[in-house]
Write a protein that binds this ligand. Structure first.
Ligand code: ADP
Ligand code: ASP
Ligand code: MG
Length: 417
């Protein structure tokens, strides 16, 4: 089997869906499992719908209707007419959502989030699968919730590998072309769960692992993995080959072209990962596999925007040592801050965090009971790997705004205001 993954950007409109079919025709689609994300910005829209629901004391959100119209418009453009059987399916999904909002009694935000947000992927794959069959492919729609089994840590669920592997094998048996959803799964009570934002790459790796796939290809709006995000850096270059280890490092530091969780399952079975352009499917793209760390060996630039720099110092001039540090880390874990960079001295401790779950204020309040806390919001964290002269020049140019800098062998990281 081969596993393909198409992200939200690749299927943001009818043209994108047609292009997906074109990629399958061009590359071949025998024994292929296609993992697809929600169309365009659908997940963000669903997130807004959920906050509307919570802000308006659990009233059914009015913005469900424009989302339904967005999907129906795509169907009309794909089929050049109203395809009533498919529109009926879409209506049924929205009906399910309305019923959920009407009956829900749970005040648990994360639980509600997962029950709602999974519909983005259910809608996109239903449309795409139907369109592929309409074109003459024999494609089978698989509800990923029937095989991706997780715990109930809603919004960032952890996989039950054993069960998931067995179910994937069972549900895909004797099927040549399968369309399924990225990002979503279900727990032992069969409630929907999700694997974390941008988690569809990870889903592709999970399917590939279970199926002992020969490869995974993630189709992107870029030619492959570049040595920097082209939206941020000028003159970026394509990386032809990257080792698993290098790819994990790049993804972990924030190269958002690959979700960091994707690499580990693939590396375990040495399944190669290709990152290719959906606009130019026959081009080589990037291959992530065992082998050379990086080819060509050039500096890689990564930036994580909108981070928070916390500078803590002791109130009474006492040292910040193991006990304080472990207290601080426990709090960071409790308030779900992901730690991006740390630096400590005798009486101070600086940490750059990602305030993903908006819990910074609560955290700072607790920290202030024991430390002086300085908060600098909206900082950018740069990471450069494999430094050379040019990269050093880039750092010098940025120097005046650098709040914190750290160098290890081949990696430099700095926080910029
Ligand atoms: P998907 O549609 O699969 O969710 P994403 O938008 O998450 O795709 O990922 C593709 C984007 O990742 C590109 O448009 C690019 O701006 C960004 N990106 C960040 N870092 C890199 C990099 N090192 N190489 C290529 N693209 C990168
Ligand atoms: N649709 C989800 C998101 O936007 C998952 C993904 O696209 O990977 O985060
Ligand atoms: Mg994405």
């Amino acid at each position: 089997m081969k596993v393909f993954k198409f992200g939200g950007a690749s299927v943001k409109d009818a043209f994108g869906v047609k292009n997906l079919a074109h990629v399958l025709k061009t590359i071949g689609h025998k024994d292929t499992l296609v993992v697809v994300s929600a169309m365009g910005k659908t997940t963000n829209v669903l997130e807004q719908i959920i906050s509307e629901y919570f802000n308006n004391k659990h009233q059914t959100p009015s913005s469900l209707l424009p989302l339904k119209e967005f999907h129906i418009k795509i169907i009309k453009e794909l089929f050049n007419h109203e395809k009533s059987s498919l529109i009926r399916l879409i209506n049924e999904f929205f009906e399910e959502l309305y019923v959920f909002f009407k009956n829900n009694k749970s005040p648990n935000y994360s639980f509600v989030y997962d029950q709602v947000v999974c519909f983005g992927e259910l809608l996109s794959t239903t449309i795409i699968n139907d369109y592929l069959n309409h074109l003459g492919f024999t494609s089978f729609w698989l509800d990923a919730r029937e095989c991706i089994k997780t715990d109930d840590y809603y919004r960032a669920a952890n996989l039950d590998w054993e069960q998931t592997q067995n179910l994937i094998k069972e549900k895909t048996k004797k099927k040549s072309l399968i369309v399924s959803q990225g990002f979503i799964g279900s727990n032992s009570d069969n409630f929907s769960t999700t694997l974390g934002r941008e988690g569809s790459d990870y889903s592709a790796a999970i399917f590939a692992y279970a199926l002992n796939a020969e490869s995974v290809t993630i189709w992107k709006d870029v030619p492959g993995v570049l040595n920097g995000d082209p939206r941020v850096f000028k003159d970026t270059q394509l990386l032809n080959q990257i080792s698993y280890r290098e790819a994990i490092e790049l993804a972990f530091y924030g190269a958002s072209v690959i979700h960091p969780k994707t690499l580990q399952p693939l590396q375990r079975k040495e399944i190669p990962l290709f990152v290719k352009s959906f606009e130019n499917p026959t081009a080589a793209g990037t291959k992530v596999s065992k082998g050379k760390a990086l080819e060509p060996h050039i500096p890689c630039y990564i930036v994580k925007k909108n981070q928070v720099l916390l500078c803590l110092s002791s109130i009474d001039f006492s040292f910040i040592v193991e006990e304080n540090i472990s207290y601080i880390f426990n709090l960071l874990h409790e308030y779900q801050m992901s730690v991006e960079l740390i630096q400590n001295s005798a009486i101070s401790f600086s940490v750059c965090v990602n305030n993903k779950y908006n819990r910074l204020e609560e955290l700072v309040l607790v920290l202030r009971s024991r430390f002086n806390v300085e908060v600098t919001a909206e900082v950018d964290l740069y990471t450069i790997r494999h430094l050379d002269e040019k990269a050093n020049k880039f750092i010098k140019k940025t120097k005046k705004n650098i709040l914190l800098e750290q160098r290890a062998q081949e990696t430099v990281q700095f926080v910029v205001s």
